[in-house]
Each structure stands twice: as C-alpha cells, then as structure tokens.
Design a protein around this ligand. Structure first.
Ligand SMILES: NCc1[nH]cc(CCC(=O)O)c1CC(=O)O
Length: 314
C-alpha cells in the first residue's frame, strides 16, 4: 500500500499521535478528491526516543527534539512526505530543508486536573502527591501550593489512571487538548484556568512539517491551515526561542485573541523548585506573524534579563 500511496504521513505511535495523524489524513482526503481514494494516504508509525524512555522526566533525558528527531530523519530521508506533530514537542529551530507551513485550528489550551479524590489543588491537604512528567507543571504547582508534593510520573492515560487507582499519587495532570482529541474529555476532573496554571508553549496546537522543496505537499496541506492559531503559536514560540538557554527552565506562554482582534501574550518562567516565578505580558494591537513574533521575542528577552544566568540555567 505504501508503494502506491500519493502521500505518506509519519507519526509517533501513541494513541494521541495516531488520532492526530488520522485527523490530518481525513481532512486532507476531504479537501482533495485525488487523496480520497483508498490507499492514497499512507500512515507510517515511527518510534522516537521520547517514546522509548519511560522511566525518567523528559528534562532529565535532556536534548531537544525527543519526540521529533527520528521523524525528522524519515522526512528528510524521503521515507515519508509529511509529519504531524503536537507543536508543544517541536523544537523552535527546525532542521535545514524542513518547513512548518501549516498549523491546524488550536484545541483547548488548558491543563486538566485529574484526581479520584479531589476537585482541585486548593482542596488537597498538605503533603498530597501530584504525579507529572512536566517540569513546568511541577514547578507551577510548587510555586502556588508549596505544601503539595510533586513526583515524576510518566505514561499514557491508562497507566496514569491505574496508578491513581492504586493511590501511587493523589492527582495527575494532562493536556485538555489530548483528552478531547482522544474523545475522552470526561477523564478530566476539571480544566485548570489559565490564570492558575499557564499552559506550555503551543499546547493544544498541531503542526505539519514537510520538505522545503515539496510544492505538492505544501499545496495539499495549505487547506488545513488556521492563520490565527499560527500567529498565536508564533508569538509563544518566539518567547521560547529567546529564553531557550536551557531546556531545564520551566517556561509557560499563552497568546490569546481579544474580541477586538488584538492579542494578549503572557509569558512566565519558574524555578524548578517553585521558589520564584517571573511573569510578563505584551499587548499586540494588530497581530500578525511579524508583530506576534516580535512581541514574543521581546517578552522572552525581558524575562531572560530579569532572571539572570542563575535563573535560566538553574
Ligand atoms: N509529549 C507530551 C504531549 N505533547 C502534547 C501533549 C498534549 C496535546 C497538546 O498539547 O496538543 C502531550 C501530553 C500532555 O501534555 O498531556
């Protein structure tokens, strides 16, 4: 089937990644009659380093592109024609010859609080344990609720629910976007307001990478693009790029449109132990790729300067 496919999509094999790849396949088939026939689009599953190492925090494994490197190689080597990524996992600098022209309409950006015993962090008694693999979520929790404990906790939705049931932890967190895309929003006990926990850069956004010179793929995927989502993601990623001295610094950012068409961009950094948090924000009167990126860069540079080398490499 792969030999006769007109377009080959590469994806990780997790249930969420597969759901996202299927969504892209279905939308492409709906937009382009020549891709609608059986077998016209093939899906190739690629295992990444991030999928293989399940016992450590991502920040501990270190390096960039833990969930993208092997897929990038398959794309640049010509084994696939496009890759579908959670933008949260995509490094700010792309390999030479690769472009990311298409961002799909963004899902819910919030984190979900998941517990069998409590409705929110505020309800949890001192000493309660929250499991998360994300340094950002761990640091944000400790910053706001210093009496709670965080432990590193990885695995898919099913594993986490089992561990919750076994009372290994009292609560865990996942992205609302992932739960929605898996068709399981009911797993969330409650979404966490952005004011209580600022999301990760590009959380809830899906992007498509292709080879720079592949005009056909570029033309096909352009039908799926959402410019407003792309501008939000560009602002947040510009802040991340400016701050990117160390991937061990927990960074959060969120760009949102106001009803009048202007944009609010918030950016925060937190010490991993939660002891200190720095916030800033920008208002963008006429958001486009250039103005949002400039605001993100400016906000990121401000925080980098305020935090100093000690904060950024802590
Ligand atoms: N590799 C982790 C990852 N990358 C993207 C998502 C969620 C979906 C999204 O943010 O679009 C997740 C899991 C999670 O945070 O719950």
């Amino acid at each position: 089937m792969t030999d006769t496919a007109k377009l080959r999509i590469g994806t990780r094999g997790s249930p969420l990644a597969l759901a996202q790849a299927h969504e892209v396949r279905d939308k492409l088939a709906a937009a382009h009659p020549e891709l609608a026939s059986e077998g016209a689009i093939a899906i190739t599953v690629i295992t990444t380093t991030g999928d293989k190492i399940l016992d450590r925090a991502l920040s501990e494994i270190g390096g960039k592109g833990l969930f993208t490197k092997e897929i990038d190689d398959a794309l640049m080597g010509g084994d696939i024609d496009l890759a579908v990524h959670s933008m949260k996992d995509v490094p700010t600098v792309l390999p030479d010859g690769m472009i990311l022209p298409t961002i799909l309409p963004r899902e819910d950006v919030r984190d979900a609080f998941i517990s069998l015993k409590y409705k929110s962090f505020a309800e949890m008694p001192a000493g309660s344990v929250i499991g998360s693999a994300s340094l950002r979520r761990q640091a944000m929790i400790l910053n706001k609720y210093p009496d709670l404990k965080v432990i590193t906790f990885r695995g898919n939705v099913q594993t986490r629910l089992r561990k919750l049931g076994e009372e290994q932890v009292d609560a865990t967190l996942l992205a609302m976007a992932g739960l929605n895309r898996l068709g399981q929003p009911e797993i969330a006990t409650a979404p966490i307001a952005e004011d209580d926990m600022l999301p990760a850069v590009a959380q809830g956004a899906i992007g498509i990478t292709i080879r720079e010179d592949d005009k056909q793929a570029k033309d096909w995927i352009s039908a799926l693009h959402c410019e407003k989502s792309a501008i939000r993601v560009a602002g947040e990623r510009a802040a991340l790029f400016a701050l990117d001295g160390s991937c061990r610094t927990p960074i959060a950012a969120l760009a949102e449109y106001h009803e009048d068409g202007s944009m609010r961009l918030r950016v925060s950094i937190v010490r991993p132990d939660g002891s200190e948090r720095l916030d800033t924000e920008r208002h963008i009167a006429q958001p486009d790729m250039a103005t949002a990126s400039a605001a993100g860069k400016d906000a990121g540079e401000e925080l980098k300067q305020r935090g100093g080398p000690d904060f950024i490499s802590a």
